[in-house]
Design a binder for this molecule. Structure first.
Ligand SMILES: [Zn+2]
Length: 489
């Protein structure tokens, strides 16, 4: 304890006197005065800061005062408040400390997040320079473990926003099914083989070594190039008799599906069937052709494809197509469309298939004898492209019209509900412009393109027969799907 009254600050003395007035018992008051004055808090820092000095003084005085004043004695409002504050000082201190700590933590986290997003942590200093971190974007992982299918990565990128391919990979393979990372389970019980895919793409670009064309085409000039990997997906409908999609029909629905798949297996009709419960069945192996498309034409910016059994993977919905096909349980149901989306993801990932090469049978099917489109009509209208994770390919120009001058007839137009796809009208306009550029009438150009098509088709058929003869395969590769003509010619 310091010696009493040693250089007390006048402010301190005045405050001590002020607070002593709250003590009524004289002896207590005197005791308070002595003790409090003797405890004059001498702080060099408080001496320089006026408000800190006031605080230090009042603290010292009140500490003495609360000891003298009985707890239950009536107190002036100022003292009562300070007295209460003094009594609750520890809980208040604890609460305040915790609150400050919490606020600091939240603030710190917010700052860290912001700094992270701005990329502060990706910066590092090296010889005085700030070097931004290189972000490596992983490329999509192919489904196949076969390294060779990984080579053609350029065509995998799809620049259309919202249609980028997600990574999909094979998670598990058993004797009965394949499980994929996107949730798809492909049932493999019915799997069957035909022959490995092998076809001629009609390339738009001349090969480096000039090989003379095996025929004399006048207007449609392409260069046959041998290929073994599928370039597209062709969607079909099985045109089956359908039962009401209700729980009471469970076993009969299942029975119908297995009969259908048995039939598809026997005819080697499609690579995949999506049954009415949305189950995906692989029938013909992916890398083998199926008898799904027969006479048909499709194209991309690299090549034109004629007869798509070998070049396209056939995927069929168990169902019954008509021009007013709708998404409803008794027509095409949601489970089937969702499975189609998953299967499309898997196949596009595995074979690097372009979105524009995912197309329907009704859009590619032709009759080579009368040069008319729409021999088969399944999905000639109504395919849920967007729900299947694709863009609306009804806007695509049918290459049957633009490259080989095919036509549509009234029967076709009626079969698809009277309204043509936007792509057909655009293709007709392009053909007209081409005729004008070539100084031919539209009919002259059509005739020449039709003739050229027959040359290519005959050559492709001849090559197919040669290949069959060489491999000793006696099976006939053709179009085994029953054509659907709603309006006869
Ligand atoms: Zn079909």
């Amino acid at each position: 304890m310091r010696p009493s009254l040693e250089h007390p600050d006048p402010t301190y003395t005045r405050l001590v006197e002020h607070y002593s007035s709250f003590i009524t018992v004289p002896s207590e008051k005197l005791k308070f005065l002595r003790t409090t004055l003797s405890k004059y808090p001498n702080s060099p820092l408080a001496d320089r800061v006026a408000w800190l000095k006031q605080l230090t003084f009042r603290k010292a005085i009140l500490e003495e005062l609360v000891q003298v004043l009985p707890a239950d004695s009536p107190k002036p409002r100022e003292v009562a408040l300070i007295y209460w504050l003094y009594r609750v000082r520890y809980p208040v201190f604890l609460t305040s400390t915790l609150t400050i700590a919490m606020v600091a933590l939240v603030l710190g986290q917010w700052l860290y997040q912001n700094a992270r997003q701005t990329g502060i942590f990706s910066l590092r200093l090296e010889s005085g320079e700030i070097i931004p971190k290189i972000v490596v974007v992983p490329s999509p992982v192919p489904v196949s473990t076969d390294k060779s299918s990984n080579s053609n990565t350029a065509s995998n990128s799809d620049p259309i926003e919202g249609f980028a391919l997600e990574d999909v990979w094979l998670v598990e393979k058993t004797a009965e099914f394949e499980q994929y990372s996107n949730g798809a389970r492909i049932l493999t019980k019915y799997e069957v083989e035909t022959e490995p895919r092998n076809f001629f793409a009609l390339s738009r670009k001349a090969p480096k070594e000039k090989i003379p064309l095996p025929f004399d085409a006048q207007q449609a000039i392409f260069y046959p190039e041998e290929k073994t990997k599928p370039v597209g997906i062709l969607y079909h409908v099985t045109q089956s008799d359908l039962l009401p999609f209700e729980p009471t029909y469970n076993s009969r629905l299942k029975g119908k599906s297995s009969h259908l798949i048995e039939y598809v297996k026997e005819e080697k009709l499609y690579n995949y069937v999506i049954d009415r419960f949305g189950q995906i069945h692989r029938v013909v192996k992916d890398d083998h052709y199926a008898n799904h498309s027969g006479n048909s034409i499709w194209a991309d910016e690299k090549a034109v494809y004629v007869r798509l059994n070998h070049s396209f993977i056939g995927v069929a919905f168990e169902g019954n197509w008509s021009s007013n096909i709708k998404l409803n349980p008794d027509d095409i149901n949601e489970a089937q469309i969702y499975s189609c989306k998953l299967l499309t993801q898997i196949l596009r990932n595995k074979y690097k298939i372009k979105a524009t090469n995912c197309i329907t049978h009704g859009q590619v099917s032709i009759n080579p004898s009368d040069y008319l489109i729409g021999f088969h009509l399944d999905w000639a209208i109504g395919f849920p492209y967007t729900s299947c994770g694709l863009r609306d390919n009804y806007n695509e120009l049918p290459p049957s019209i633009t490259e080989f001058g095919f036509k549509y007839d009234r029967g076709f137009q009626n079969s698809i509900g009277g309204k043509l796809w936007p792509g057909i009208e655009l293709a007709e306009a392009r053909l007209k412009a081409r005729a004008k550029d070539s100084e031919m009438t539209l009919e002259e150009l059509r005739k020449q393109l039709n003739k050229d098509f027959t040359l290519y088709l005959n050559w492709i058929n001849k090559m197919r027969d040669l290949r069959k003869a060489n491999s000793g395969n006696s099976e006939e590769e053709t179009d085994k799907e029953k054509p659907l003509k709603l309006f006869g010619d």
